[in-house]
Design a protein around this ligand. Structure first.
Ligand code: F3S
Length: 397
């Protein structure tokens, strides 16, 4: 990989140990993927923030980088294992809280904004069309590439941190036009609506793409979609299909920029989606936990939740997971009071997947296909997907 004189100095250690280590990570990555050079990034999003993922080994690496490392670009974090302001009410134990705080304080020492969210695009870490970024959370990577038209590969925790410290990333993969072409055309023959249905669609498409070994779909037949529906779709298609970029005809900004394959490979009808939905509802289900906000709830969704919960009482553990800045807006708007008066809990800067709650509940109801996947795989819950309204009905039942 071709380095500028400044980059070479960084690699040679003239800018300190953290910069050198970061350049080592980026040059190795660049060489593996045949990148010709590094490219400047507008911003970074770092994943692997929960102490559950990091452990002591991860924390040791962070501490080493924080000795003389400072980020050069806007950098935020993916959800942590707990809400730093509300962890006791969410049943997180003291030892975990202490370790999680150690990790976040280490990120802060490097100049990273310690808001922990998988929807950085909703809280100011918002690139514009065509900008290069280095993000790590799969749903956010998919949203940035597809919906915003920014450019990012899916970074690992160390490579994202390295990019934040250098302000650059190796230019390969989705940073290059030639890798942003669609590979397969899919036609939707039935309307989809709501975060849950877009999540079901994401699983349907993701599963099919895995079967045929393709990654970049061109999707026809979706006349409109909200930000919330698209974020749910991104989370699901990334989880089930490893998709980091898609094009939706008439909706996403690059849909007509590149030539697309001629043939429609798949059609999806109502029955297909009903079948996929049934795969997201377990048998012998006893729901004792409801969670909305995977990916993190927008202020629009929180407004809807408060409208549906007004004057009611929840009977089950009910989390609304969102970014701290979104929670602050909800506080100002009066939504938080309505929601908390109903007995629901905010879990800001964390979520029902990364929090250390394995086996704490029997069954979870969510509006997110991604949360179903990890609810089963990571937390050993039985799962059920439904609309936001159905989730709330379940919580107050
Ligand atoms: Fe975000 Fe957690 Fe879902 S990180 S996408 S809320 S699994």
């Amino acid at each position: 990989m071709k380095l500028t004189p400044e980059e070479q100095d960084m690699l040679d250690g003239k800018y300190g140990r953290a910069v050198q280590k970061s350049m080592e990570i980026l040059t190795i990555l660049g060489e593996i993927f045949n990148a010709e050079s590094l490219v400047n990034v507008y911003g970074v999003q770092i994943a692997g923030v929960s102490y559950d993922n990091l452990g002591e080994a991860g924390l040791e690496f962070l501490n080493e980088m924080a000795e003389d490392g400072k980020v050069r670009v806007l950098t935020t974090l993916n959800p942590a294992g707990m809400d730093r302001e509300n962890w006791q009410k969410l049943g997180i134990d003291k030892e975990f809280a202490k370790n999680q705080n150690r990790a976040i304080d280490t990120f802060a020492k490097m100049g990273i904004i310690t808001t922990c969210s998988c929807t950085p695009y909703l809280i100011g870490n918002t690139p514009h069309f065509g900008q290069h970024i280095a993000w790590a959370e799969s749903s956010a990577v998919c949203y940035a590439n597809s919906v915003i038209g920014a450019r990012t590969n899916r970074e690992g925790g160390p490579s994202a941190l390295a990019s934040a410290i250098i302000g650059k990333t190796p230019k390969y993969g989705y940073h290059l036009d030639q890798n942003r072409h669609s590979q397969v055309v899919i036609k939707l023959k039935t309307p989809v609506k709501g975060t849950d249905e877009f999540g079901v669609l994401g699983k349907n498409i993701g599963d099919k793409l895995v079967e045929i070994g393709k990654k970049v779909p061109y999707i026809m037949g979706i006349p409109s979609a909200t930000v919330e529906e698209l974020k749910s779709f991104c989370a699901s298609v990334a989880t089930y299909g490893g998709v980091a970029l898609f094009h939706i005809e008439g909706i996403t900004p690059e849909f007509d920029k590149y030539p697309k394959p001629n043939d429609v490979i798949f059609e999806i009808n109502k029955e297909d989606l009903l079948k996929t939905r049934s795969e997201l509802i377990d048998d012998d289900l006893e729901i004792d936990f409801v969670s909305i906000g995977c990916p993190h709830a927008s202020i629009h969704e929180i407004a809807e939740i408060s409208r549906l919960l007004e004057g009611k009482k929840v009977k089950k553990e009910f989390w609304i997971t969102t970014a701290r800045p979104t929670k602050r807006i909800a506080d100002e708007a009066g939504y938080s009071k309505i929601i908390e008066d109903a007995g629901a809990k905010f879990a800001a800067d964390t979520c029902c997947v990364v929090a250390p709650i394995k086996s704490r509940f029997k069954g979870i109801m969510v509006d997110s296909a991604k949360a179903c996947y990890y609810g089963r795989a990571k937390n050993k819950f039985k799962v059920k997907i439904g609309t936001i309204e159905e989730c709330i009905k379940e919580a107050i039942k």
